[in-house]
Ligand binder design. Structure first.
Ligand SMILES: *Cc1c(COP(=O)(O)O)cnc(C)c1O
Length: 425
């Protein structure tokens, strides 16, 4: 690791939490150069929903590479792109009664967010974006402006404008309906909040601490967007592509957002691919108004098509994600309940958070878990929530093994502190 310290910028982060050199990965495990195997419950922050080096997806891209078909073609028309759009359209959209056009953006999620915000502003002629406390949308200036985290905002070194933060579902406790508050503020000509171009939301906040919005809350803010003439944008970058048990994280609330932002697990293989789904009526772009060198990379489109064909042609996969998610939730709740009321478990599908309340407990537990062979990330305002994002394709044995390591790591952390996890200790 010393060579990395000398050569790589101080900005590196995951390599500090997981100090090892990773040389191989398959499914839900990663191996280090030193020969250690660890279970991966981070999955590239939700990028590897179908596991590392998924064999069947790999077969599709190796065949494509061997055929000398176009890999890079800017945004030119290719058979790979057409096949992706037609497959996505019939298997994902039509099955769900959704109609969208595809906009391929630059390869990062942040670039897709920028495109969504630009398009909303262009269409409405308004500047303000409503985003939510603890929301996370990426590292470019427009996306950071809509991101809650002060650490990232400060690092931007710039005046961040154009977004107004509203309380997310549950932010003010169970007694306050923050969707009602949002509606009142936006309907009031004297609230001091400018009419928004868009309301931008995650249905489950990934980086913000696995905060879950209810169906009613989401439906209410979608209706508010409509009544005030704002676009309704769902950032499904981390929670989409099956993470919550259905392809889109908003299906349970039967929403049809004006714009859906997808990235992370879209390519199904960890290849960079981002896109917007936009309602035909809001596709107000002039040709070339939002461009980029790496839009819709063909290799990533081939793996994305393979992933859809493999996992989304029947309900089986979705049902399995829901079952595994329940299994995880029960186990985590059992672990939490053993320690009184100090800890809580939140999430949907296979996106679960274990709130330790104290950042030190979360930190020590994830560090210990890594020593024992499990990769777990932390999230939330002070990194006090342990985040569980195993591959959706994980087998039960590996899943249970990982949960067992977490359980042991928490117990050891608490006993070292000489307490049972009470917040006062
Ligand atoms: C990761 C993420 C982004 C940013 O994507 P990048 O590819 O890192 O730019 C935006 N929104 C959400 C919800 C994310 O999880």
């Amino acid at each position: 690791m010393q060579a990395f310290e000398a050569l790589e910028s101080n900005v590196r982060s995951y390599s500090r939490s997981f100090p090892a050199i990773f040389s191989r990965a398959l499914g839900s495990t990663m191996s280090t150069e030193a020969g250690r195997t660890v279970i991966d419950f981070l999955s590239g922050a939700g990028t590897l929903n179908y596991g590392h080096n998924n064999r069947d997806i790999k077969a599709a891209i190796t065949e494509y590479l061997a055929s000398d078909a176009l890999v890079h073609g800017l945004d030119m028309a290719t058979p790979a792109k057409l096949e992706f759009m037609e497959t996505f359209n019939s298997v994902i959209l039509r099955e769900r009664d959704l109609q969208y056009r595809f906009q391929f953006t630059g390869p990062t999620g942040a670039n897709a967010i920028e495109a969504a915000l630009k398009l909303s502003r262009k269409i409405t002629g308004r500047q303000n974006i409503i985003s939510f406390t603890r929301g996370y949308h990426g590292m470019s200036l427009g996306a950071i402006a809509a991101t809650g985290n002060r650490f990232y905002r400060k690092a931007s070194g710039n005046t961040l404008s154009g977004a107004t933060f509203m309380p997310y579902d549950g932010y003010l406790g169970p007694a306050v309906d923050t969707a009602d508050y949002l509606r009142s503020v936006l309907m009031d000509e004297s609230s001091g909040v400018d009419s928004p171009a868009a309301i931008l939301v995650e249905t489950v906040q990934g980086e913000g601490g696995i905060n879950v919005a209810s169906k009613e809350w989401l439906q209410s803010i979608a209706a508010t967007a409509k009544s005030v003439g704002a676009l309704f944008i769902v950032d499904d970058i981390q929670m989409g592509c099956g993470r919550t048990g259905e392809f889109f994280s908003f299906e349970f609330a039967t929403l049809s957002p004006d714009i859906v932002v997808l990235s992370k697990s879209l390519s199904g293989y960890g290849l960079p691919l981002s896109m917007l789904l936009i309602k035909e009526g809001v596709d107000a772009w002039l040709p070339g108004e939002h461009t980029g060198t790496f839009r819709g990379n063909n290799l990533a489109l081939v793996s994305a098509t393979a992933a859809i064909n493999l996992y989304w042609r029947s309900r089986t996969f979705s049902q399995s994600v829901q079952r595994l998610g329940e299994l995880m939730r029960r186990r985590l709740e059992t672990i939490a309940s053993r320690h009184g009321t100090s800890f809580s478990v939140r999430g949907r599908g296979m996106a679960l958070g274990f709130d330790c309340r104290l950042a030190e407990i979360a930190e020590a537990t994830t560090r210990k878990a890594f020593e024992k062979g499990l990769i777990l990330e932390r999230c939330g305002p002070v990194d006090q929530v342990i985040k569980f994002l195993p591959a959706l394709t994980i087998d039960r044995e590996t899943l249970n093994q990982g949960l067992e390591i977490f359980d042991e790591s928490l117990v050891e952390t608490l006993s070292r502190r000489g307490c049972d996890g009470l917040v006062t200790c």
